[in-house]
Design a protein around this ligand. Structure first.
Ligand SMILES: *Cc1c(COP(=O)(O)O)cnc(C)c1O
Length: 369
C-alpha cells in the first residue's frame, strides 16, 4: 500500500457545504461563503480584516503591491523557501535578498536580516517553515527599529502561535495557503490578513481589478489591479474546514509526536523544534541528520520510495536555482542534502508511521555505523 506524503481531510460535512454553495450560492448569495470565511478567518488570526484569494502566492503579491513595492526596492527573505514566496517580489520588479536560516528552527535568521538591511529595504518576509515559528520577537524589533513592514508567510503554519498570538496575525500582514497539501484546504486558495485599515482598503481595491469600494460608477477601475479572487464554492469548503481547524492541527501534533517517539532519541537526528513560548503547527514532520552519517537524502528517499512511501526533499536554497545568483548561505545550502520531509496526512495510521520510521532507521543507522 502506498503512503502519500500529504492528502486533505475531507468529511461528508465538507462535501455537503460545497454542494450547497454549488446549488444555491448564486445571484444575491454569490459572496455568502466568501464573506463568512473571511470574517471567521480574521477572527481566528486575531486580525481585523481578511481577504480570500485564489492562492497564497496571489495574496502575497497583492500585499506587497499594496505596500508599494516595485523596481529599485529590496525585500529580505530566507534563502530556504518555496518559490511562491519570492515570485511576487520578482514580478513586482523588486530585488529579493536571500539570507540564511537558523540551523535549529530552519526559519529566517534575525541576525542575517539585520546585516542585510539597506536604504532600499522595503519589506522583510518571514516564512514559518514547515510549521515551525520564526523568531518573531527579534524580527519584530528589527522591523520596528528600521520602520520596515514585516510580512508573515504563514502558509505552512496555520494554527501556530507566537507568545499566545496566532502566526500570520502578528506582522503588517500575513498570508495563508489552502492548497491541497496544506493543513486546511479549498483545493487552491489563499488568504491575506491584516489589522491595518488603509492596507486592507488598498489590497481590496487591487484584488478587485482596481475598483474601489467607494467608487460609485459601474465598471470604473481607478487603477490597473489584479484578479486573484476565491470562488464562493471554494470558500464553502474553507468554512467547513475551518470549523475543524483545532482538531486538524492537533492531529498534526499527534503525528509529529509519534515520529519524535521513534526517531527523536536516535543520536544526531533532529526533528521540528518548538521555540520557547510558541506553539508549533507541525505541518510537515522533517528530519535532519549530520553530514558525518554519510547518507545523502537521495539514498533515504530512494529507500522510502521503493517501499511505496512518498517523502519530499527539503527546499533547495532559492539562490541555488538557475534564475538567481548563488549565495554561500551555509545552512540553506547544506540542509537539503541531509534532510527529508515525512508523510503526515491527517488519516495516516500509527502502523504507517512506524513503517516509515523503520525505513528511516535502517538507512540512517546501518550506513552510519
Ligand atoms: C504552499 C506555500 C505557498 C504557496 O501557496 P499557494 O496557495 O500554492 O500559492 C507559499 N509559501 C509557502 C511557505 C508555502 O508552503
Amino acid at each position: 500500500m502506498r503512503i502519500p506524503y500529504s492528502k486533505p481531510s475531507i468529511t461528508e460535512d465538507d462535501v455537503a457545504l460545497v454542494t450547497r454553495a454549488a446549488r444555491d450560492g448564486w445571484g444575491e448569495r454569490c459572496y455568502e461563503f466568501i464573506e463568512e470565511f473571511e470574517t471567521r478567518f480574521a477572527d481566528f488570526c486575531g486580525s481585523s480584516y481578511a481577504i480570500a484569494t485564489s492562492s497564497c502566492t496571489g495574496a502575497l503579491h497583492l500585499g506587497l503591491a499594496a505596500l508599494g513595492i516595485g523596481p529599485s526596492d529590496e525585500v529580505i527573505l530566507a534563502d530556504t523557501n518555496w518559490i511562491a514566496t519570492v515570485a511576487p517580489i520578482v514580478h513586482l520588479g523588486a530585488t529579493p535578498v536571500f539570507v540564511d536560516i537558523e540551523p535549529d528552527y530552519w526559519c529566517i535568521d534575525p541576525n542575517a536580516v539585520r546585516s542585510r538591511i539597506s536604504s532600499r529595504t522595503r519589506a522583510i518576509v518571514v516564512t514559518h517553515l514547515y510549521g515551525n515559528v520564526a523568531d518573531l520577537e527579534q524580527l519584530s524589533n528589527i522591523a520596528l527599529e528600521f520602520n520596515i513592514p514585516l510580512v508573515e508567510d504563514s502558509a505552512e503554519a496555520i494554527g501556530a502561535q507566537h507568545h499566545g498570538r496566532p502566526t500570520g496575525g502578528i506582522g503588517t500582514f500575513g498570508v495563508f495557503s489552502f492548497h491541497g497539501t496544506k493543513t486546511i484546504t479549498t483545493g487552491e486558495g489563499g488568504m491575506l490578513v491584516t489589522s491595518d485599515a488603509d492596507l486592507y482598503e488598498r489590497v481590496l481595491t487591487l484584488s478587485n481589478h482596481g475598483r474601489s469600494r467607494s467608487q460609485l460608477k459601474q465598471f470604473w477601475p481607478d487603477l490597473v489591479g489584479y484578479k486573484f479572487k476565491m470562488s464562493n464554492i471554494q470558500a464553502a469548503l474553507g468554512c467547513s474546514q475551518l470549523r475543524r481547524i483545532n482538531e486538524l492541527v492537533e492531529r498534526k501534533g499527534e503525528i509529529m509526536m509519534r515520529y519524535r517517539e521513534r526517531l527523536g532519541s536516535v543520536a544526531g537526528i533532529e526533528l521540528n523544534l518548538e521555540r520557547p513560548r510558541c506553539s508549533n503547527a507541525w505541518w510537515m514532520p522533517t528530519i535532519v541528520w549530520p553530514t558525518e552519517l554519510g547518507v545523502h537524502r537521495d539514498d533515504l528517499r530512494q529507500a522510502l520510495v521503493s517501499r511505496g512511501i512518498d517523502a519530499r526533499v527539503f527546499f533547495p536554497a532559492l539562490s541555488s536555482l538557475p534564475m538567481f545568483q548563488p549565495i554561500a548561505n551555509p545552512h540553506a545550502n547544506s540542509l537539503p542534502a541531509r534532510a527529508i520531509n515525512l508523510p503526515s496526512f491527517h488519516d495516516i495510521s500509527s502502523e504507517s508511521i512506524d513503517e516509515v520510521c523503520d525505513v528511516v532507521l535502517a538507512v540512517l543507522t546501518s550506513l552510519g555505523t
